[in-house]
Design a protein around this ligand. Structure first.
Ligand code: ATP
Length: 223
């Protein structure tokens, strides 16, 4: 008989700032695949993109405020503590050691980010550490298995796609599941642009996050 293992979600990102696109995806995926816990891991210095607009300390504080009250959501500050460039593979290696062999890690990632996975440091090793759960995102092709992936990523993924969330429970790592999620066309880029232009960002993120951003003059040139 197959035995069930607890699933822990990892949601990495710059969260510059966190918004309802992230939070809704996290909530729906936690529910769909039955996560016992979902860890938000704000990235320090990302290796593949511009330096974030505000410090990791502020970005982590914002995540903490945004997830308050959700008993399944946890802020994981390991990249705050680890100086230098952030590599997801390092965080996953550490986490795997911490949680022990019987816990299954599920890395939550938007489809836009997944399409660039082959640019990540030691990306093939990630399949030996976790499953991938891909969140759909407006503007990206959705047909299962037919993403326009770069050839080496497509080849690596070919035998890994599963169409049922249940499959994730019975294999320790290496599978890819596309989770249908509510499409919310919200990005941190558009939020930063709105703040810089003096426009409202209300209803794009929790009010408590708005208050923190305003109180600390973030993203307006003063933070
Ligand atoms: P930016 O606009 O600065 O690139 P972002 O809004 O894409 O930021 P990130 O912190 O870079 O946010 O994203 C972290 C993860 O969340 C990525 O895997 C990304 O694909 C996913 N994500 C972000 N926004 C959404 C959204 N609206 N719907 C689904 N996934 C999202």
């Amino acid at each position: 008989m197959k035995s069930e293992s607890p699933l822990v979600g990892i949601f990495g990102g710059t969260f510059d700032p966190i918004h309802y696109g992230h939070l809704r995806v996290a909530e729906e995926i936690a529910e769909t695949i039955g996560l016992s816990e979902l860890r938000f891991v704000p990235a320090g210095i990302p290796s593949l993109r511009d330096t974030p607009a505000v410090s990791l300390r502020h970005r982590a504080a914002i995540v903490r405020i945004a997830i308050r009250g959700n008993s399944r959501f946890v802020l994981d500050e390991r990249e705050v503590r680890r100086p230098g460039v952030s590599y997801s593979v390092e965080s996953l290696r550490e986490l795997k050691q911490e949680v022990g062999g019987c816990v299954i890690l599920c890395f939550i990632i938007g489809v836009d980010a997944f399409m660039k996975l082959a640019e990540w440091h030691s990306w093939r090793e990630l399949f030996g550490l976790c499953h991938f759960v891909i969140a759909t995102r407006p503007g990206y092709a959705l047909a299962s298995r037919h993403y326009n992936l770069p050839p080496e990523l497509k080849e690596e993924c070919a035998q890994r796609w599963v169409s049922s969330a249940d499959s994730l429970r019975y294999t320790p790592n290496g599978l890819i599941f596309i989770a249908p999620t509510t499409l919310l066309d919200i990005s941190a880029t558009s939020i930063r642009a709105r703040i810089a232009a003096g426009k409202s960002i209300r209803y794009l993120m929790p009010d408590a996050v708005l208050d923190y951003i305003a109180a600390n003059h973030l993203y307006s040139g003063g933070g």
